[in-house]
Design a binder for this molecule. Structure first.
Ligand code: ATP
Length: 403
């Protein structure tokens, strides 16, 4: 098994780190990549204003998640959990014990590679792992790497050194990024979920007013609250809500915001959902208490209103986007239908739903509601009363899915 080890302060992790991790996995053919934030780096001081270790760990976990390879990429708190300076030689020795048969590869950018011989116990490091070095800027070519490679191989004959080129090179450092963030800039160098984590926690001197965020910042916050694999669906829903709002004369900005936030609590535990509902006084029936899938719409609505300051219309649209209800507003119908048929959805009948969504919104809504009822029956699951009431209300008002 080939394991890559990517250490750093990740203060914060940026797109340069992401490009390096992605390329190293491919080029080295790694079976596993461990992203390991340092507790106390031996080579540099942690600057004033460095967020608590939990934040660096959480941001590194988002970097790992952004690679969308959950079976391969892990973030490890091994160095944060160990007392004292984070010496790489100790980390490698610890990993060698955990994975005795693995081939270890230490990943590092130019700055680290050029000073490797000055690290604590370089010989031990080079015995335990191969080194995979990559450039951080366009200038870091073979002329920069070759002399150090030769030097290491002469001084440590057993050293295995390989250099790789990053196709998606991003010329940025965390130091520069911290300066940019404090001035309200730098988002383009960050994975949106990491940027969202920074904004939501006010890290690095960002002072975002969460109740008045612009669209890119609102997206980043929403993505920071979910797993990366859900972001595609959220983007698709945002696109679709806006298109449908245009078609049916609803408020485009509210539709967009509802689309962006509708699933923001999707990965909360059942207990967390119940706690949020209690905090904001949302009454729950017995079915909802046992079915967290139903609760994310209620808790997502709570976040939209109480954390992001969204108006009642957005709150209600998110609140009803899973169960639907009798007598829905146009915006509520739009989010319900968009969530069902956004461009990434793929199931038997989705094309018909897409056609109806633009020709007759009520019929599309009824089709969605009845598809859900049917699916619940097939899976022997109870149907929520609001869903049945939505169906009854539409049928009483002459809506049908036939024809
Ligand atoms: P700082 O500016 O705080 O020193 P940094 O941007 O160098 O931080 P680290 O967390 O210290 O980030 O880096 C972890 C590893 O990632 C190091 O091996 C470093 O060389 C590498 N690295 C950092 N930035 C880039 C980049 N833009 N492209 C490729 N590799 C990078």
């Amino acid at each position: 098994m080939k394991i890559g080890i990517f250490g750093g302060t990740f203060n914060p992790p940026h797109l340069g780190h992401l490009a390096a991790a992605r390329t190293a996995i491919d080029v080295l053919g790694l079976d596993k990549l461990l992203i390991i934030p340092a507790a106390i780096p031996p080579h540099k001081e942690l600057p004033e204003g460095t967020p608590a270790p939990e934040h660096r760990l959480a941001m590194a976990a988002k970097l790992a998640d952004a690679l969308l390879l959950p079976e391969k990429v892990e973030v490890s708190s091994l160095e944060l959990d160990r007392a004292g300076k984070s010496y790489t030689s100790d980390t490698l020795a610890q990993l060698k014990e955990t994975y005795p048969d693995a081939e270890l590869w230490l990943l590092m950018g130019t700055d680290m590679f050029l000073t490797l011989h000055l690290w604590h116990e370089p010989e031990r490091i080079l015995e335990l792992a191969g080194v995979c070095a990559f450039g951080r800027t366009e200038q870091d070519g073979e002329s920069v790497f070759a002399p150090q490679r030769e030097h290491l191989q002469k001084a440590f004959p057993r050293a295995r050194v390989t250099t790789i080129t990053l196709p998606g090179l991003v010329d940025i450092s965390s130091t520069r990024l911290r300066e940019l963030l404090a001035r309200g800039e730098g988002a383009e160098y960050l994975q949106p979920s990491v940027y969202g984590h920074i904004l939501m926690n006010g890290l690095y001197g960002t002072r975002a007013d969460l109740k008045h965020l612009d669209i890119p910042e609102l997206r980043a916050c929403s993505y920071s609250m979910v797993m990366e694999k859900r972001v595609r669906h959220i983007r698709g829903t945002e696109e679709e809500t806006v298109r449908l709002a245009r078609r049916w004369g609803a408020d485009e900005d509210m539709a967009r915001r509802a689309g962006i936030l509708h699933d923001c609590t999707k990965y909360r535990t059942g207990e967390e959902h119940i706690a949020i509902c209690e905090q904001y006084g949302v009454p729950l029936d017995d079915l909802e208490r046992t079915a967290p899938k139903l609760l994310h719409s209620k808790t997502g609505a709570c976040m939209a209103r109480h954390v992001f300051g969204e108006p009642d219309e957005v709150y209600e649209a998110i609140f009803w986007h899973t169960t639907a209800r009798a007598d829905m507003t146009t915006l509520e119908k739009i989010l319900y239908v968009a969530d069902y048929m956004e461009p990434n959805r793929d199931f038997d009948g989705v094309e018909r739903l897409r056609e109806l969504a633009y020709s007759d919104l009520d019929r599309a809504l009824l089709l969605g509601v009845e598809t859900t009822i049917q699916e619940m029956k097939e899976r022997n699951l109870p149907v929520h009363k609001n869903t049945l009431q939505a169906q009854a209300w539409l049928r009483e008002h002459g809506v049908t899915t036939e024809g």
